[in-house]
Design a protein. Structure first.
Lengths: 251, 222
């Protein structure tokens, strides 16, 4: 079996891949802000421009989704368990789908990224330091597009389409029986957390109240001029860890 | 942010490099305590069923990292704390957590994770009042790769493809060394004599309520 690459070799591999690797773009925002619509429109546009695109959605890892779904349904998760299971899902997707796609030069569109967990779990009362720790080592997106809307608008949009689920409505922490009333209170906290995160993680804001086409035009502009956040500066530990694991498996 | 949690009960942690040995040590300790008239509750690995579900979900594709497994361990521990450990401690009872945090921390370290990352991840778990180390058997053997024995055996199976060297015989030996390092607290080696000593320490300690440092990762918001 070949030897595990040395730290120096790993750094060289990462530096060499920087130019050909794909772009990681995260779509963030409250429920009902139109992230998924914009992600789909962008996918179509990028594919028409001959980009290879991979999309990844929140809580979608084949390994974790079933166990998360069952536990959400029977409402047995504590705040910590809820948070940790989403961290499991996220880590597994980073290692098995996001990083391999980026390494192969594909553009990855993440329909919600770790900021969703940070905003929701901090709104549930968890300590941000601990959350960042659970999600570390961080794989920084090259671009975070935040679809901004007021908590009232988010509540209105959700109310017009469906009743939010128990955890989505934050009923586990508000203790309010009515899902919409609970959502109204919970989303207020979530948006506050998002706004704090947007400063720290340099989100680019798109007004979710604009017409869909205008938002899409803005998203295209942002993506067209997006620059890579160098892995060697921002995400070295996460990429190195994945490279070591992949190297051993491939050997 | 490290809040002090006070419980009238007592928490005994038993860790070890093999699930079978931990289970045997817990059984022996519980029997000995029972003979002394002390009833206790045992909290075991995978009480939440998360590891069982994870294995079922992987359908043989074991592309899982040690970091992912450690997060699952933390989620399982959060479940055990909520349903099995904290209620008993709050009621003044005795809980034997077999295994507890040291098993995850040392196995994770052996498999290449930063010890500090593991410590921080598991910081929501209250420190044990007494720590026991299961008597290790078959010390020269590597881990059996199976899902039904304990966390290290489960990890050895799941990580076989991703970290084969780390889950080897040498890895197990390294884990035993790490477990053996007492960190500011007496570590009881759970032979017959060790169980007797731990029993005595438990009886002595039950005279006053304990304050243990736990750092529940909550920001106090209601």
């Amino acid at each position: 079996m070949p030897r595990t690459p040395t730290p120096k070799q790993l750094r060289r591999l990462i530096a060499e891949r920087e130019e050909s690797r794909g772009l990681l773009i995260a779509f963030e925002g409250p429920d009902g802000s139109g992230k998924t619509t914009q992600r789909k429109l962008l996918t179509r546009w990028l594919e028409s421009e001959n980009h290879d695109v991979v999309s990844t959605r929140w809580a979608s890892s084949a390994l974790v989704k079933p166990m998360l779904k069952v536990r959400k349904k029977i409402r047995t998760l504590s705040i910590e368990e809820y948070s940790l299971l989403h961290a499991v899902d996220f880590r597994h997707r980073v290692e098995t789908s996001i990083l391999p796609a980026l390494w192969a030069g594909k553009t990855v569109l993440a329909d919600r990224y770790l900021f969703t967990a940070l905003a929701r779990d901090a709104a549930r009362g968890l300590d941000l330091d601990w959350l960042l720790h659970a999600y570390s080592p961080l794989l920084w997106p090259d671009l975070v597009i935040y679809f901004s809307m007021t908590p009232e608008d988010s509540r209105r949009r959700i109310a017009s389409t469906r009743a939010p689920h128990f955890y989505e409505a934050g009923q586990d922490v508000t203790g309010i029986d009515d899902p919409l009333a609970s959502y109204g209170r919970f989303i207020d906290r979530v948006v506050t957390e998002y706004e704090n995160l947007s400063v720290v993680f340099q989100f680019v804001t798109v007004d979710a109240g604009d017409a869909v086409y205008r938002q899409h035009t803005r998203v295209r502009e942002l993506v067209a001029k997006a620059e890579k956040r160098p892995w060697s500066t921002f995400s070295e530990e996460a990429v190195e860890e994945w490279l070591i694991k992949s190297h051993i498996q491939d050997a | 942010m490290a809040d002090q949690v006070t419980y009238p009960g007592r928490l005994i942690a038993i860790d070890g490099s093999r699930g079978k040995d931990v289970a045997v040590a817990a059984g022996d300790l519980v029997a000995a305590l029972k003979r002394d008239g002390i009833e206790c509750v045992v909290s075991r690995w995978d009480a939440s069923g998360l590891f069982t579900d994870l294995e079922a979900g992987s359908r043989g594709d074991r592309n899982v990292s040690i970091r992912t497994l450690s997060l699952v361990y933390a989620a399982d521990l959060a479940f055990r704390l909520r349903w099995e450990i904290r209620p008993v401690l709050e009621a003044g009872g005795v809980v034997v957590a077999a295994p507890y945090t040291d098993t995850a921390a040392t196995f994770g370290t052996v498999c290449g994770l930063d010890a500090e990352w593991l410590r921080q991840l598991l910081r929501f778990a209250p420190a044990a009042d007494l720590r026991g180390l299961a008597q290790e058997r078959k010390i020269d053997a590597p881990w059996k790769r199976r899902t039904d024995r304990g966390y290290p055996e489960y990890g050895a199976l799941m990580l076989e493809a991703g970290a084969p060297k780390r889950v080897s015989k040498a890895g197990r030996r390294r884990m035993m060394e790490l477990l053996d390092r007492a960190r500011g607290r007496t570590l009881f080696h759970l032979s017959n004599k060790g169980i007797g000593l731990l029993q005595k320490a438990l009886t002595d300690s039950r005279t006053e309520a304990s304050r243990r440092s736990a750092s529940r990762p909550r920001n106090g918001r209601k």
